[in-house]
Write a protein that binds this ligand. Sequence first.
Ligand SMILES: Cc1ncc(COP(=O)(O)O)c(C=O)c1O
Length: 468
Amino acid sequence: MTTASNHQDYRDLFVGIDVEVPVYNGKPQRYINLDNAASTPSLKSAQKAINDFLVYYSSVHRGTGFKSQLSTLAYERARQIVLGFVGADLRDHTCIFSKNSTESINKLARRFPFTSQRDVVLTSGMEHHSNDLPWRAVAHTVHVALTPDGRLDLAAFETDLQRYRERLALVAITGASNVTGNLNPVHALAEKAHQAGAQILVDCAQLAPHRKVDMGALDDPSHLDFIVISAHKMYAPFGSGALVGRRDVFESGDPDMTGGGTVEIVTLDDVVWAEPPDRDEAGSPNTVGAVALAAAIRQLESVGMQTVAEHEARLTAYALQRLPSVPSLRLYGDTDPGRAAQRLGVIPLQLEGISHFLVSAVLGYEFGIGVRSGCFCAHPYILHLLGLSQEQSYAVRASMLNGDRSHMPGLIRASFGLYNNLEEVDVLVEALNRIARGEYRGRYTQDIASGEYSLEGWQPEFNRYFAI
Ligand SMILES: Cc1ncc(COP(=O)(O)O)c(C=O)c1O
């Protein structure tokens, strides 16, 4: 069995990992961030790349000065690094920088060449809203059903695929769930999508920081046509993301956002659009964010994605072994420690009889542990995992619309990054044990409108830690 001391430590690679934060009625504690599925801390290499680059930072494209030339070179090099990281084929794919996965998916939704014959998007019931709502706005969107424990139902996928075979334009599926860490067999799904004459987008917001993504060449039947990533989930939180996808799709059609940088030539009555990726990068880009993303990718590559996956599987297995010792704790999704390598280190849980809002508040205020609670921008998936009936879901919706979120269903999510270690899992387990036994010190009041709990007398001097 794994013990809390036998592990490789990657903490030195990260910024701010050993920072102490105030906790209620106690000595400051080293902050434990278990909310990596939302956003990750920065790698030192990303921070350093930015510091080094800022000295030369200037406008990109068309600037003639040395700094502009260097900045342009750095920006375009960052693009090459992203393409290489996801195994894109440089002839067939382009990399469009964006601000995050949400923006990337919205762009694809507006740029994808739907036709009146091919107007269906097959997505699933486990998607983040960012890979669901953009499709609902532009296409007939079908949600593939899930198994009771929250996996994609592959038989249902096949049935839907056959049912919409003639109309299917795109499969839009997550590579990994931000709620359960479940992985989808994206290359097998890609093969099926291509057989049906459709294309596939894989939402890699969660997958890319933890597993090797390999898009492959377009003549490989299992290739991925489009992927999206968010740098703030990949240890480079400086406002960038990317859409990597088929060049041919972006070679035609009008960009979804127009303006400077998107054109070859403009006359008063005509516009000739630029080639990809410029056509789809309106305005001045986030060069600094792109450089940081590239530096983070370089670091991940040097650690090795296999090593990243193994380290996180060890943490996940250990957590799944230890968490069931907490009284009244219920785990969701795949709870088998033996299968930890087949999913991401994203663990949804609940303490029966205690609001998820309260548990996450106490973890933060009294134990210095950052987790997240609620529905994680995946309302349909959470309702499914909790087994709520249609009537119960409607009742929840009605009470929320009445301004009462106090009983909003939800879960607590602990999610690991490369720098987390087994000791931190121990601290989490101990904290949950104490909360389950009612051994917390503060008096908490719930705000009915938001559902969240505040702690009486909690007034840390935030300005002491950081102020602008
Ligand atoms: C699976 C998945 N897709 C998309 C997103 C949206 O990412 P962003 O907020 O960076 O746009 C998230 C964010 O949590 C996610 O987990």
